[in-house]
Design a protein around this ligand. Structure first.
Ligand code: GLA
Length: 431
């Protein structure tokens, strides 16, 4: 943007455009990261003799990489394949370096990274700022931060989840920013996911989201997700109860992370799976699936591979959505503003009886007056044309399910006239 344009702007806005952004300046994760993360589905299963197909081993990651590349995931944006805890040997090597478990990762992490890159994917790894990882493997104490950053970079790792078991608040306040510097100093681009705020209760004054956005690309704010609807609901409740704090913290390069998608596993119904996907998308959350892509059902796959959903999740403005209505009827409405005047609306039912017919209007949802929208239902694909702000409409929301809409403004007639016929002497006519 040139100075001529800037000079026309109010001073404060002009300054905001020229001052460096407050985000971590590694240029990464400009939209929420998408991919696959081992933890929720595969945990710390290290018994490859008893369970060779599901244990944490290079085979699991080679196989998931194949699925990501061949079953349409990568091309939709699911690019990261991320190792979680329990990958390493129980001891560092003689030089003090982290090493993978030699039986479960005989070819080493570098070979895995090469393979993953060859398939057009990126590799993530897990570390823990502290004496041990949460699963009891070697952690990264403050004196090891630089060395471990260097090791990950040499292996060609593209993302690091740095957990915070077995460290104090003081060590975390020093170690998380130190790791950000160490990763940048390697010269290898590594997306940096911090569990720091989750260990500090996720809220100010203990968590400073301004500082966090300068240190990390994404961060876990809250408890681990489990394979149950109760767990998904508790995460939703916490994130939206605290939206005034959390919502402004997110943006390109710096995201809140409500944890993995558990769609495709055992705990969520079809409706609940659609709800997790829609609500994570409204939260501008990273889409990190933790499911067995070798056996995933067609219906779970369809939810996770919904193109319009992914487009909304990845909207370049990167504005996190908010809950805007909580009805006594147990219907809740969520809104995420998108680029080019578009928005996403999610109507969510906490009811446990029958599909509920919810009637409202865009005016009641605070949309601009006199606007006209075209609406696409994100799951059914149905299109509604010419919806005016004042029109009442109804959606039928299933128990624990959602209806999700993508709305884009249809230019008002007078705007079209004004934009398309800027000739002198022409007076737009308000229709
Ligand atoms: C913590 C993290 C989880 C997972 C486990 C691994 O609980 O929050 O996401 O990484 O550790 O042990």
């Amino acid at each position: 943007m040139g100075p001529a344009v800037l000079s026309g702007l109010p001073l404060a806005l002009g300054l905001a455009l020229v001052l460096p952004s407050a985000a971590l300046e590694n240029g990464l994760a400009l939209t929420p990261p998408m991919g696959w993360l081992a933890w929720e589905r595969f945990r710390c299963n290290v018994d490859c003799r008893a369970d060779p197909r599901n244990c944490i081993s290079e085979t699991l990651f080679f196989e998931m990489a194949d699925r990501l590349a061949e079953d349409g995931w990568r091309d939709l944006g699911y690019k990261y394949i991320n190792i979680d805890d329990c990958w390493s040997a129980k001891k560092r090597d003689a030089a003090g370096r982290l090493v993978p478990d030699p039986e479960r990762f005989p070819r080493g992490i570098k070979a895995l990274a090469d393979y993953v890159h060859g398939r057009g994917l990126k590799l993530g790894i897990y570390g823990d700022l502290g004496t041990l990882t949460c699963g009891g493997y070697p952690g990264t104490t403050l004196d090891r931060v630089k060395q471990d950053a260097q090791t990950f970079a040499e292996w060609g790792v593209d993302m690091l989840k740095l957990d915070g078991c077995y460290s104090s608040g003081e060590e975390q306040a020093e170690g998380y920013p130190e790791m950000a510097r160490a990763l940048n100093a390697t010269g290898h681009p590594i997306v940096y996911s911090c569990s720091w705020p989750a260990y500090q209760g996720g809220l100010p004054p203990k968590v400073n989201y301004t500082i966090l956005a300068e240190v990390c690309n994404l961060w876990r704010n809250y408890d681990d997700i489990q394979d149950s609807w109760d767990s998904v609901l508790s995460i939703l409740d916490w994130f939206f109860a605290n939206q005034d704090v959390l919502q402004p913290a997110a943006g390109p390069g710096h995201w809140n992370d409500p944890d993995m998608l558990v769609i495709g596993n055992f705990g969520l119904s079809y409706e609940q799976s659609r709800s997790q996907m829609a609500l994570w998308t409204v939260m501008a959350a990273p889409l990190l699936m933790s499911t067995d892509l070798r056996t995933i059902s067609p219906s779970a796959r369809e939810i996770l591979q919904n193109r319009l959903m992914i487009q909304i999740n990845q909207d370049p403005l990167g504005i996190q959505g908010r809950r805007i209505v909580k009805e006594k009827s147990l219907i809740e409405v969520f809104l995420r503003p998108l680029s080019q005047g578009a928005s996403a609306l999610v109507f969510f039912s906490r009811r446990a009886d029958i599909p509920y017919v919810y009637t409202t209007s865009l005016a009641k949802l605070h949309f601009p007056e006199d606007a006209v929208y075209e609406v696409q239902d994100v799951y059914s694909g149905e299109i509604i044309r010419g919806l005016k702000t004042g029109d009442n409409f109804s959606v039928t929301v299933n128990p624990s399910g959602v209806v999700m809409w993508y709305l884009y403004p249809v230019a008002q007639p007078w705007r079209i006239v004004r934009q398309q016929a800027p000739r002198e002497g022409f007076r737009p006519v308000l229709l």
